[in-house]
Design a protein. Structure first.
Length: 258
């Protein structure tokens, strides 16, 4: 009887073992075995990631960071075009192993993991020279006669909806951008980071930063990663710490005027 009981327990254990799902391979093993690091990038966030449509090549702060990571991994680097509204979905679906820089947000954290942060941003409002006298401070934007432009799927979209409930919100879809709507005169204001804002002010002399009592939403920036792949997350986080200690991130930020 004792033998039969033991046999039954063994059979149950074997059945449960066979029924258990196999442990998924980490993206790290996939990258090393395949010899390619796939990175999702939008190519429309200057100076982080900018795509040249003529050559389909990329340049920017993010591009330098990802090139360095691929070099240290000893693999080729492949940029996978994406946009802001599908950035997280691409990680979840396995279209790429990680993304370039993205602001950390509770909404994104529900579906994807983040690396440790290596740079941060602050948010400012912008308008054109002919409209700058209409605005003084953040609250002057929150008015029914003001049209605020933003790009679908970006963190900025949620911010302007929260900050300016009285204003008209104009949402455009990438590759269109909120700042383009303001430059064209179709909208009055857009918000963006200090990173992109400084670049846009240099590129478009007609743009002006609206005076406020200070920036809003200081936000750490990090890479999006598969939420359940702790092996890959650990590798990337350790790499970031190593590169911080070596001065790589500081030097790269200085190169791009950040």
């Amino acid at each position: 009887m004792r033998f039969l009981k033991s046999l039954g327990l063994a059979a149950a254990f074997a059945a449960s073992f066979l029924a258990a799902p196999a442990t998924a391979q980490s993206a790290l093993q996939d990258i090393l075995s395949g010899g390619v690091l796939k990175v999702g990038t939008t190519g429309d966030w200057n100076p982080m990631s900018v795509r040249d449509p003529a050559t389909n090549s990329y340049q920017g702060y993010d591009i330098d960071v990802m090139t360095e990571l691929a070099t240290d991994l000893g693999v080729e680097l492949e940029f996978v075009p994406t946009d802001w509204k599908t950035l997280v979905n691409g990680v979840v679906a396995g279209n790429y192993h990680m993304t370039g820089s993205a602001s950390i947000s509770p909404a994104r954290m529900k579906a994807a993991g983040f690396s440790d942060s290596y740079i941060s941003v602050e948010i400012f409002p912008f308008t054109t020279e002919d409209k700058i006298n209409r605005f003084s401070g953040w609250e002057s934007i929150n008015s029914g006669d003001v049209k605020v432009a933003t790009t679908l799927g970006t963190s900025f979209e949620g911010m302007v909806r929260d900050w300016f409930p009285e204003a008209e919100i104009a949402v455009v879809e990438a590759p269109a951008r909120g700042f383009q709507e303001v430059l064209s005169g179709r909208s009055d204001v857009f918000v963006t980071s200090n990173i992109e804002g400084s670049t846009l002010l240099t590129k478009f002399p007609n743009l002006r930063q609206i005076e406020t009592d200070g920036p809003r939403a200081p936000t750490p920036i990090a890479m999006l990663l598969p939420q359940d792949d702790q092996v890959w997350i650990n590798y990337v986080n350790s790499w970031i710490e190593l590169k911080k200690a070596q001065g790589f991130f500081e030097a790269t930020a200085a190169k791009w005027g950040l």
